[in-house]
Design a protein around this ligand. Structure first.
Ligand code: GRF
Length: 186
């Protein structure tokens, strides 16, 4: 699942293609048609479903549509690779322990929006990214892995975000591979 640029989605695809991640990617779901992630999936020939949150009366209705899609594709694990919507119990309960998110901070610090900005504002000297299981509490589920990066006094939002993202692109595919045994059926 992705909403924007899709660099983490592409990192997963590259890991699959290079044999570092043993997985099939049956579909990408985007909520913003033609976002960067959508375009990347087209380039790789990966099936895309556009599920636009603006077409649904509430978050639960959106998540019911997602659950139906993922069940019809018989997925073992769902990855929120920059999915910028709050998910509900509908999705979490349909995929208990099978819903994974990447967040651009060392959780439990800086949950929610603009974690990079929050880290800069707080003046921390180390930040990073976290891969975690999604629960009903925002950015608070069990942590699977983390990577740390220094925050330099010369950093601005763009430079810190770029340093964090470089680590995300390594951490997310590696974490999926390390935890694959949790999700494989049968
Ligand atoms: C990443 O920084 C991720 O941590 C956050 O959203 C961003 C998505 O970036 N959840 P991209 O679309 O994968 O480039």
């Amino acid at each position: 699942m992705a909403s924007g640029n899709g660099s983490n989605f592409e990192a997963i695809v590259q890991a699959v293609q290079s044999g570092r991640l043993g997985a099939d990617i049956p579909l990408l779901v985007v909520n913003n048609k033609n976002c960067g992630a959508h375009q990347r999936a087209d380039r790789f020939g990966i099936h895309v479903e556009v599920v636009d949150h603006r077409d649904f009366p509430n978050r639960e209705a959106l998540d019911r549509q997602l659950v139906g899609l993922f069940q019809s594709h018989r997925v073992d694990v769902v990855v929120m690779a920059g999915w910028m919507r709050i998910v509900t119990d509908v999705l979490v309960n349909a995929f208990p322990e099978q819903l994974v998110n990447i967040h651009p901070s060392l959780l439990p610090s800086f949950r929610g929006l603009d974690a990079v900005g929050q880290a800069l504002h707080a003046g921390v000297s180390i930040s990073g990214c976290t891969v975690h299981i999604v629960t009903a509490d925002l950015d608070a589920g069990p942590i699977l892995s983390q990577a740390a990066v220094p925050v330099l006094s010369s950093d601005n939002h763009a430079s810190l975000a770029e340093r964090v993202q470089k680590q995300e692109h390594i951490l997310l595919p590696a974490t999926l591979q390390q935890n694959a045994h949790r999700w494989r059926q049968g």
